[in-house]
Structure formats: C-alpha cells, structure tokens
Design a protein around this ligand. Structure first.
Ligand SMILES: Nc1ncnc2c1ncn2[C@@H]1O[C@H](COP(=O)(O)OP(=O)(O)O)[C@@H](O)[C@H]1O
Ligand SMILES: [Mg+2]
Length: 335
C-alpha cells in the first residue's frame, strides 16, 4: 500500500510535499476528523540506520507525546504500518519554516524577532524544566502558524537528561545538530551540558532572525571555532541593531559554558522585555517609526512588503545568498 492509501484508510487525504529530512518526508494532508489540514512526517524504517531506529526515533516519539506547549507543534497521532513505516501526524505550520521565511523576506525587524524569539525561549524553558533538551535548534525546525507564531518541531535529537545518583546531570557525548548551530564544546567533541548547548543554538537563531545571515562561516570549521573561542561575533555593518539585542546574542554565543546564559536569564534579559527600551534606540529618529510599523505590517498583514530600494535590494540579495549557503551547508553537515 502506498502512503496516500495508508493515510486514506486513517481518514486523511494526502496533499503536497512540505519537506524532506534525513530519513523522513513530510506531507500535508486534510483530516476528516479534525476538519483541518495537518502535517504527516513519514519515516521508512527500512531505509534508516540502526542507531536512528534504536536511539533517536523512539526518543522523538516519546518527547512528542510528552510535550504540550503553545509554541511546540501539537502531535495528533502516531502510528506504524506492518511494513515498517511510521506516520507522525501533527499540527501544520501553515507559513512553513523560519529559514524559508527569512530567505523570502529578509531579516526581521527587532519587534517581530522579539515576539518570535520570546515564544521560542518560552518553549525551551518549558522543555528544560521537564529536563528535556532539544539539541537541534535551527531555523528549519521552527515552523510558523498562520499568524506567524513560532511552533518548535523536530525532536529527533532530543532526550531526557540523564542524572547520576546525586542528581547531577550526566554530560552528553553524542554530536547532535548541525555545525552552523553547534556550540564550540560540541564541535570539539568535549562532553557537554545539553541545556547549555541549546542556548548557543538559540544565539545563532536570534542572530539569523535579526541579521538575515549566519554568524559564522562553517565552511571552515577550524576558523569558525577559533572565532567562537575568542568570543568574536561579527554583526553585519549594513544592519542597525539595538545594543540590547546585540548584547543578548553575545551572551548566548558565550564560549565559556559556565558563563553562558541559562534560559531564565535569556527570558529576563532587557531586550526580551516590552519594546519601550528598544524603541528608544532603534526607533529614535523622527519619521522612522512609521517605516518600522510598515515593515511589521508587511510581515503580518500583506502578502508582500513594499518594494525595496536599489540599495536595499542589494543587501537583501546578499542576505539571501548567505542563507542559501546556510541551508546548503546545514544539509551537508546535518548529522
Ligand atoms: N508540521 C509541519 N508543518 C509544515 N512544515 C513542516 C512540518 N513538519 C516539518 N515540516 C517541514 O519539513 C522539514 C523536515 O521536517 P523535520 O521534522 O525537521 O524532519 P527531519 O527530522 O528529517 O529534519 C522541516 O524543516 C519543515 O520545512
Ligand atoms: Mg529538521
């Protein structure tokens, strides 16, 4: 039986391709029961390696069943066919993933980034409080619903923290995620605190949100690692960012694991609070505020924003090139 037939028997009408991962394909479908569109991740166990089947897939299924949060994709049902295909039916990220969104629209205004990043950080706080770590935070794993709310997905590398008899976290040794989002301790193969690793990836995500480009060039890991260990974060000159925003990114991209922010500190950071303080710095020039509001309207209200000027066009094209490179590299380096 092909996938469409399996789904039909379960009450779903299969739709278009939404994405393809390492061992999975993701399709849209219409659910007769729920009377709405859903996403179905289909994993063919026959094509997946043993490690994935024995360690990662069971964890993904366990975590999806356990988590329940407004910024985490909702799971409706999981079933397996007798010929070894696993179907994971979830809420649909109607607006696709964040990487695609930023590639299409360029960097996000800080107000929009703040709203999305707060949602993401609150999902991570929820997970970390349950002792669940994600270990694969990246823009492709952040979906957007129809109002552009963040929905975290892909728990394929997640796990529950292991603790010793005294309750101390046992360090992880498995390299998880993608090099572009990986913390220096992970890239170096040093056993790592997985919650602390998640924060680094959050730093990379926020950088991409507000800059529209990646913080490090991962085509040369040695060079990238050197920059990371020297705590150097290069913000593109073409972007005007508030001091607070840069400070938060800088503190998440902290190579010293004992000094990197924890999720509560991220949520308490001044940039995460209501926009007033940020408005003072980024919207201070008269007349700029309405332009900023237009940008937000463009993101939320209309299909496409105002036409960029020639100069902006060039910057956007550069950004897109950068992000195309990022998605290529992420695919190449996904482990
Ligand atoms: N619920 C969903 N709604 C919309 N798109 C989705 C959904 N789930 C996955 N996708 C798309 O499919 C891609 C791969 O799905 P993911 O669960 O991340 O698989 P993998 O574990 O193989 O990376 C995502 O990056 C996203 O673009
Ligand atoms: Mg993924």
């Amino acid at each position: 039986m092909d996938d469409a037939e399996v789904l039909k028997k379960r009450g779903y009408i299969m739709g278009i391709n939404l994405g393809e991962g390492s061992y999975a394909k993701v399709k849209s479908a219409y659910s007769d029961r729920l009377k709405c569109n859903v996403a179905v991740k289909i994993i063919d166990k026959k094509k997946a390696p043993r490690d994935f089947l024995e360690r990662f897939l069971p964890r993904e299924i366990e975590m999806l069943a356990r988590v329940k949060h407004h910024a985490i994709i909702k799971t409706y049902e999981i079933f397996e066919t007798s010929d070894g295909k696993v179907f994971i039916v979830t809420e649909l990220g109607v607006q696709g993933d964040l990487l695609e969104f930023i590639k299409r629209r360029g960097a996000l205004p800080e107000d929009v980034a703040r709203k999305m990043f707060r949602q993401l950080a609150s999902a991570i706080k929820y997970c970390h409080e349950l002792d669940i770590v994600h270990r694969d935070l990246k823009c492709e794993n952040l979906l957007l619903d129809k109002e552009y709310n963040i929905k975290l997905t892909d728990f394929g590398f997640s796990r529950r923290l292991a603790r010793d008899e005294d309750g101390r976290v046992i360090l992880s040794k498995t390299f998880c995620g993608s090099a572009a989002y990986a913390a220096p301790e992970v890239l170096q193969g040093i056993p790592y605190q997985p919650k602390v690793y998640d924060i680094w990836s959050l730093g990379v995500v926020l950088f991409i949100m507000v800059c529209g480009s990646m913080p490090y060039d991962d085509s040369n890991i040695k060079k990238m690692l050197k920059l990371q260990k020297e705590h150097r974060v290069h913000f593109p000159r073409s972007k005007v960012l508030s001091v607070e925003c840069k400070d938060l990114i800088y503190r998440m991209l902290q190579p010293d694991v004992t000094r990197r922010l924890c999720i509560d500190e991220v949520l308490m950071h001044v940039w995460m609070q209501d926009p007033k303080s940020v408005s003072d710095t980024t919207l201070s020039k008269p007349g700029e505020s309405s332009h900023h509001q237009n940008q937000i309207k463009a993101l939320y209200g209309k299909e496409s924003g105002p036409e960029p000027s020639d100069n902006e066009q060039v910057i956007q094209e550069e950004r897109h090139a950068d992000l195309d490179k990022l998605s290529e590299q992420v695919q190449r380096t996904s482990l």
